[in-house]
Design a protein around this ligand. Structure first.
Ligand code: BGC
Length: 349
C-alpha cells in the first residue's frame, strides 16, 4: 500500500512538473496602448517582469495610441508563436482581424484593463471594477459638498474619457449615478449645460484635449468671475488638463477636482492642494492576476474569474476578474503609495 502511495505521489508530482514545464518557456504577447501615459508603461513593465519571473518569454509592445500599429503588433505576436496575448486596446473595436487570427491559431486572448469589443475571440478580461471607480469619485463629491444637507446650488463641470474606450462609460456612469439626484434637484448646476457623455468625452484621454475644452468652458461660462465648486474628471490625465486651464484663466475659489490612477504628477498636485482625490488602481495586483491567468490557461486549469455577467462586448459576455480600486488623496498617499513600495518619495517630489 505504502509503495502504491509513493508511486502515486511520484506520478502526481511528475504530472505537476510536466504541467509547469509545459507552460514555462512559452511565449506570451503583451500589447499596451501607449507609452505616453505613466500607467501603461508601468502596467507593461510590471507584467513583463512578472511573466519572465514565472519563466515565460515575453513580447512587450506599445502602440503609440495608433490602431494600425497595434493591429500589426498583435498580428506579429500571433504569427511569432505567442500562445497567449494580453491586450489593452487603443480602440476597443478595431482589432477584429487580429482577434480572428488568434482564434484561428488557437491563441488565447486576454483583454487587459479595457474590454475588447465586437468579437467572440476574447477569452478573459482582467480589470479593475470600472463602475466602482466612478462611484468612488461621485461619493467623494457628494460627501465633500454634503449634498444631502447643504442647500447649494453648487456649480459643477464634467470631463469624461475616451469614447473608444469601453471603460470610459463605466467611470462616467458610476459617478453620475451617484450625483444625478442632486443634479435633478437643482443642487448641482452644470452651467455649461454639457452633461451627456458625448458632450463631455475626451478623445484619446489626452491632457491637451481636456485642457482645450476646459479653457473654452471657462471663457464662455465663468469669465464673469463666477465660482466653480467641482470639476468631475474621470482620470488623472484629464484632471491635469482641467488644472492647467484653471491655472490659466480662473480666479475664483479652487474647485474640488477628481481623478483616477494616482499618476506621479497628480500625486504632486494632490499634495499641492490642486487635485482633491484620485483612485488608486494598484497595477501590481492586476498584473499578478493576469500572470496567474496565463499560468492557468497554459496549464489547462480552471481560470479564476469573479464576474461572469457585467462585461458584454456586444457579441459575448466575457468572463472577468475585477480588482478593487481604492480611494487616494493627500491624506493617505504615504501609506497607500510610499509605504506599499509603489512609489519612492523622490518619485512624487
Ligand atoms: C484606464 C484608466 C486610464 C485611462 C487613460 C483607461 O482605460 O482604465 O486607468 O486613466 O484608460 O489611459
Amino acid at each position: 500500500m505504502k509503495k502504491f502511495l509513493a508511486i502515486l505521489m511520484c506520478a502526481i508530482m511528475a504530472l505537476g512538473l510536466v504541467g509547469i514545464a509545459g507552460a514555462a518557456g512559452e511565449k506570451v504577447g503583451v500589447s499596451m496602448p501607449t507609452k505616453d501615459l505613466q500607467r501603461w508603461n508601468q502596467d507593461g513593465e510590471n507584467m513583463k517582469k512578472m511573466l519572465e519571473d514565472a519563466g515565460y518569454e515575453v513580447d512587450l509592445q506599445f502602440a503609440s495610441n495608433d490602431v494600425q500599429q497595434q493591429l500589426n503588433q498583435v498580428t506579429n505576436m500571433i504569427n511569432g508563436g505567442c500562445k497567449v496575448v494580453i491586450i489593452s486596446a487603443v480602440e476597443g473595436s478595431s482589432l477584429g482581424s487580429a482577434l480572428d487570427l488568434a482564434k484561428e491559431k488557437g491563441v488565447t486572448v486576454i483583454a487587459y484593463d479595457r474590454l475588447l469589443m465586437e468579437s467572440d475571440a476574447v477569452s478573459y478580461y482582467a480589470t479593475f471594477d470600472n463602475y466602482m471607480v466612478g462611484t468612488v469619485q461621485g461619493t467623494y463629491i457628494k460627501e465633500k459638498l454634503d449634498l444631502d444637507n447643504a442647500a447649494g446650488p453648487f456649480y459643477m463641470e464634467v470631463t469624461a474619457g475616451d469614447p473608444g474606450d469601453n471603460n470610459a462609460n463605466y467611470f462616467y456612469s458610476g459617478a453620475i449615478d451617484v450625483l444625478k439626484p442632486y443634479i435633478d434637484a437643482g443642487k448641482l448646476v452644470i452651467k455649461s449645460g454639457q452633461l451627456a457623455f458625448t458632450d463631455v468625452a475626451t478623445p484619446t484621454w489626452k491632457t491637451e484635449v481636456a485642457q482645450t475644452r476646459a479653457s473654452s468652458i471657462l471663457a464662455s461660462f465663468y469669465a464673469d468671475g463666477s465660482n466653480i465648486d467641482v470639476w468631475l474628471c474621470s482620470n488623472d490625465s484629464t484632471a491635469l488638463g482641467v488644472i492647467n486651464a484653471l491655472e490659466d484663466a480662473y480666479d475664483g475659489e479652487w474647485p474640488i477636482i477628481t481623478g483616477q490612477d494616482c499618476d506621479k504628477s497628480n500625486v504632486k498636485k494632490m499634495i499641492e492642494g490642486k487635485q482633491s482625490m484620485s483612485v488608486f488602481k494598484d497595477t501590481r495586483t492586476l498584473a499578478a492576476q493576469v500572470v496567474k491567468m496565463v499560468g492557468q490557461i497554459l496549464n489547462g486549469e480552471t481560470v479564476d474569474v469573479n464576474d461572469t455577467e457585467t462585461y458584454n462586448n456586444n457579441v459575448i459576455t466575457v468572463p472577468s476578474f475585477l480588482c478593487v480600486p481604492v480611494f487616494g488623496s493627500a491624506d493617505n498617499y504615504q501609506e497607500l503609495l510610499i509605504d506599499s513600495g509603489y512609489y519612492t518619495l523622490e518619485d512624487i517630489q
